[in-house]
Ligand binder design. Structure first.
Ligand code: ADQ
Length: 405
């Protein structure tokens, strides 16, 4: 009897994340903190590990120090059991250059595939907030016999320009794949909805090797998974779609079923945090049947003193909320909010200090930001624009370690 297929996971984590600036000034996009305790890469790694995939390579590139450190220290598996999650920095195996695109990143790391000799290779992005059981997608891939299976989700057509857009037959064969088209197509039964690629793929190993070699030999290619490899396999009639709506994760609620966010812009990053603190969360971090894993720092519980309160908010360990009000906010670990301060609709990353009587509204404050006593952020938009980054949606963003007077 044939055993379980051998699966190698490759997580693409080299993204620069320009549109998340200044949060990506010092770190790769997958290392950006999210949800109080986590970094973005924890979502994809939790999904893969929860599904039982325990041989995972994380391909890194830009500003990978904090990402490498996070993966090496947080995501240790048992080498005795042949399990590993390993960051793979750009190797420059094919010359003194960095990767030209995500397909080149895999091509230059093919030694990992040759070492492991898997039946299937799961290639997932690292920039998304979601719960998914990838084992169900691998099963669908095996069943269809396709060379590649692409995870697809319905998104508003107005947002589809940022994605690969999929046309498929009823049986799931992809007939057309347009990477980030100016005029996204719509699904047959709804002019406002597009079927978009989630940037998550399952390949049969031989098919991926063949496609990567053909792509590497093409001087006109940008060596991009969504721009070149997937369209090549679609043209050959060898690509299938896996509908994310069919994925079922233990413990999910009606409300958070099918939740998936590309948090590639400051506004999307902010909105996804507000999804966490809404009273009936549209994304539920408290589902312990499919835990989102990370290492938490050795800090004492959060403390509320001198009438300090936080409502419709999450507050991380080690934080002190003293004689102030916090509303609709995500307060990460080791944050101090002092007497008389008011924080609303904001995301505070670890180590933030908010001084006495300060006001913070609709803001993202990166690690170790210090807001001086009486300072005001998110109150006077002209003043904010002079001093800070303000997103197109009006969210004020202060980079790591900034001081606000
Ligand atoms: P994008 O996210 O725009 O679109 P890309 O910037 O290539 O594509 O990022 C995909 C993943 O690869 C991310 O996790 C990123 O961190 C990583 N990455 C990018 N460059 C890399 C490199 N040089 N080395 C290693 N990793 C790298 C993709 C698809 C679309 C799809 C969206 C869904 O191309 O078709 O719709 O994802 O968000």
């Amino acid at each position: 009897m044939k055993g379980q297929p051998r699966v190698l996971g490759i997580v693409l984590a080299g993204g620069e994340g320009k549109r998340l600036w200044p949060l990506t000034a010092d770190r790769a996009k997958p290392a950006v903190p999210f949800g109080g305790n986590y970094r973005l890469v924890d979502f994809v790694l939790s999904n893969l590990v929860n599904a039982g995939f325990h041989r995972l390579c994380v391909l890194t590139q830009y500003k990978s120090h904090s990402l490498d450190r996070h993966i090496s220290t947080t995501w240790r598996l048992s080498s005795v059991l042949g399990q590993y999650i390993t960051p793979v920095p750009a190797q420059q195996r094919l010359g003194p250059r960095w990767y030209t695109g995500s397909a080149d990143a895999i091509f230059q790391s093919l030694n990992l595939v040759h070492d492991e000799r898997p039946d299937h290779i799961v290639v997932f992005g690292a920039d998304h907030v979601y719960r998914m059981d990838p084992a169900q997608m691998v099963a669908a891939h095996q069943e269809s016999g396709a060379a590649v299976t692409v995870a697809g989700i319905r998104v508003p057509r107005t947002e589809a320009k940022a994605f690969g857009c999929i046309d498929s037959t009823e049986s799931g064969q992809i007939t057309r794949f347009l990477e980030k088209p100016a005029e996204p197509p719509h699904v047959p039964d709804d002019p406002d909805v597009t079927f978009a690629s989630m940037g998550n793929y399952v390949f049969t190993t031989e098919a991926l090797l063949d496609a990567l070699h053909a792509d590497a030999a093409n001087p006109n290619s940008e060596h991009d998974m969504g721009g070149n490899i997937i369209p090549m396999l679609v043209d050959r009639g060898e690509a299938a779609v896996y509908d994310f709506a069919d994925n079922e994760v233990p413990g999910e609620t009606e409300r958070d079923r099918g939740y998936w966010r590309d948090v590639g812009t400051l506004d999307a990053y902010y909105d996804a945090h507000m999804d966490l603190v809404s009273v009936h969360p549209v994304f539920n971090l408290y589902n312990q049947e499919w835990p989102i894993r990370t290492a938490t720092p050795p800090l004492p519980p959060a403390k509320f003193i001198a009438g300090g309160s936080a409502v419709d908010s999450m507050v991380g360990p080690g934080s002190i909320i003293s004689g102030c009000t916090v509303r609709e906010s995500v307060v990460s670990a080791d944050v101090v909010v002092e007497a008389g301060a008011s924080v609303a609709g904001s995301v505070l990353l670890p180590g933030v200090r908010i001084g006495k009587g300060a006001v913070v509204r609709r803001a993202i404050l990166d690690k170790n930001v210090v807001v001086a006593d009486g300072a005001r952020i998110g109150v006077d938009s002209a003043a904010d624009r002079e001093r800070y980054t303000v997103s197109s949606g009006g969210v004020v963003v202060l980079g790591k370690g900034a001081h606000a007077e």
